[in-house]
Design a protein around this ligand. Structure first.
Ligand SMILES: [Zn+2]
Length: 228
């Protein structure tokens, strides 16, 4: 990792500095890279983490002392967490509907594992792509062990916005913010649906963390912690 950093700094001298800290890979920079359509600081130039992943990482660190031999299901696995999971003694199931993107092919609306199988589930920015999201949430709840924890996150809108007549990618982008999103959730609607399928939930907001740390690490997103 050090070599990657050194190479990067040689190629991008502006990044040398200490204003930003990536808590996932541990490196300091003048600023994060821009990401997405609007130029904004967001992405760690070394590990590729975004605001929501740096937020999630704090939760992952809190569970890591306890993951030995635990079953962890990780949808649409973020590359920046790969080494953390692979170096742990957890039984790690990185999965995606697209078999080229992960080790296990899993359809979130029809998960091929037994009831009460997973100790932890990580599902970040997935459910906004799923038309039958209630069915997917039921599957997440079914396969989670009693006492298990699911980390769930979606892009949030002020109001729930669903309209299944919008199918053209450009129209979806206009309506829901991305070409392959099928809805925009409000936090209330997202939590309500999770509770409807049986999760008890707590909400992790970045405002819960100290300002100085939040700004240095540039955390974002709201993570819903679902328990069974
Ligand atoms: Zn990083």
């Amino acid at each position: 990792m050090t070599t990657i950093y050194e190479n990067f700094i040689q190629e991008n001298p502006d990044f040398a500095g200490t204003k930003r800290y990536c808590n996932v890979c541990g490196f300091r920079f003048a600023k994060f890279k821009s990401f997405g359509l609007k130029p904004r600081e967001a992405m760690c130039p070394i590990c590729g983490s975004l605001e929501r992943q740096r937020h999630l990482y704090i939760h992952l660190l809190s569970i890591f002392p306890f993951v030995q031999n635990k079953n962890i299901l990780h949808f649409a696995p973020e590359k920046c967490f790969r080494s953390l999971f692979e170096q742990s003694s957890a039984k790690y199931f990185d999965c995606d509907i697209n078999p080229r993107k992960a080790s296990y092919q899993v359809d979130i609306t029809d998960i091929q594992y037994d009831n009460d199988f997973f100790d932890y589930i990580i599902c970040i920015h997935v459910l906004e792509h799923i038309v039958d999201d209630i069915r997917a949430m039921r599957e997440l709840h079914r396969t989670l062990k009693p006492g298990g924890t699911a980390f769930l996150c979606v892009p949030l809108f002020p109001q729930l916005y669903e309209n299944y007549s919008i199918v053209a990618p450009e129209e979806r982008e206009k309506a829901f913010g991305q070409k392959d999103h099928v809805r925009g959730y409000s936090l209330e609607a997202f939590c309500e649906r999770l509770q409807q399928v049986g999760f008890s939930i707590t909400i992790s907001k970045v405002q819960n963390f100290p300002d100085s740390f939040r700004q240095e690490v540039l955390m974002g997103g709201t993570i819903v912690v679902g328990r069974k």
